[in-house]
Design a binder for this molecule. Structure first.
Ligand SMILES: [Zn+2]
Length: 323
């Protein structure tokens, strides 16, 4: 491992429900080294112990004179990033607020910053991805769930409780199906991979001759798109419904923020048909002035395996400038 010592480096920790990825990232967004660790999410104590273990082990490997500018941690749930407190999470069982940044700062003698994975990914786009080119953009990630990060004047919009941008729970169909959040007809319950699969399952009995029927147990969003391309009526209906919901949400957010670009990430937004149709939908449904300045629809060029790590590391500088 050869590292250019003139460049500053940060340690990133991408903490997910199934694994923790630790890495060193240079100021220009190069992942210089990384290591994967197991996450034991039996309870809050075991989850925190997994994070401590990963960081202890990774920092020990760095002992050859490297001086990271700080440690950035991207994780799930609600985070008070100003105070570095992990308030609560569901995917990882955090039920009592933990001042994780302060605990780790005292333990390791380095500045520590903490934020959610969506903010981290959005900052990775802003600093290292196609977002480098834009002052005002929306980052939308559609995979199992839906996440949106909003950047205005090159600043991430955070809101009063660091909870701005929960567009996955924007109401699209007031009388629609119940969402995981308990409300009805949220974008995520319609257009996410998980939402499309749940919808397909619940309506499949009405479409027994659909080519999706034999795949009830192994349904995926890419299978729905494939069968739609082949002309299956039920798959076409699910895809069209997801497109309308995503288009509506993007138009609403674009009319609110007047971005110059929408940056697309996540498995669902790799589908060529969806990307093309979303562009057309936004072009025709946004307010004219908004539509004229929304010129770019870009697919992210960051490695999906690394975006969480890059985002975590980019939190280090973010907190300095933000405070
Ligand atoms: Zn919801």
């Amino acid at each position: 491992l050869v590292i250019d010592m003139t460049k500053s480096i940060a340690v990133g920790l991408d903490v997910g429900g199934t694994k923790i990825l630790a890495g060193i990232v240079s100021e220009d967004g190069e992942v210089l080294d990384s290591q994967r660790y197991a996450m034991d999410r039996t309870d809050q104590a075991s989850s925190l112990a997994s994070i401590h273990h990963a960081l202890d082990d990774f920092l020990q490997r760095l002992s050859n004179g490297l001086e990271p500018a700080g440690i950035g941690i991207g994780t799930v749930g609600q985070i008070d990033s100003r105070n570095g407190v992990w308030v609560q999470a569901m995917n990882i069982p955090i039920t009592t607020p933990v001042p994780l940044a302060e605990i780790l700062r005292v333990k390791h003698g380095l500045p520590v910053s903490l934020d959610n994975d969506v903010h981290a990914a959005t900052l990775a786009e802003l600093k290292f991805g196609v977002g480098k080119r834009y002052d005002d953009f929306i980052y939308i990630n559609v995979g199992t769930g839906i996440a949106i990060g909003m950047v205005s004047g090159r600043r991430l919009i955070r809101g009063a409780a660091n909870y701005a941008g929960e567009v996955g729970h924007m109401s699209i169909e007031p009388d629609g199906d119940v969402c995981v959040c308990g409300r009805r007809g949220c974008l995520e319950s319609i257009a996410s991979g998980g939402g499309m699969i749940a919808y397909a399952h619940s309506r499949l009995p009405a479409f027994p001759s659909s080519t999706l029927a034999p795949h009830a147990v192994t349904m995926t969003s890419s299978l729905i798109f494939t069968e739609a391309e082949k002309g299956d009526v039920f798959a076409l209906m699910i895809r069209e419904r997801a497109l309308q919901a995503l288009g509506t949400a993007i138009v609403n957010v674009a009319n609110l923020l007047n971005p110059e670009a929408v940056i697309l990430g996540g498995g669902v937004l790799r589908d060529a048909w969806i990307i093309k149709r979303l562009k057309v939908y936004a072009g025709t449904h946004c307010l004219p002035a908004v539509s004229r300045s929304l010129i770019h629809f870009d697919t992210t060029d960051l490695d999906t395996q690394q975006v969480g790590l890059l985002g975590a590391a980019s939190l280090v500088k973010e907190v300095k400038t933000w405070n």
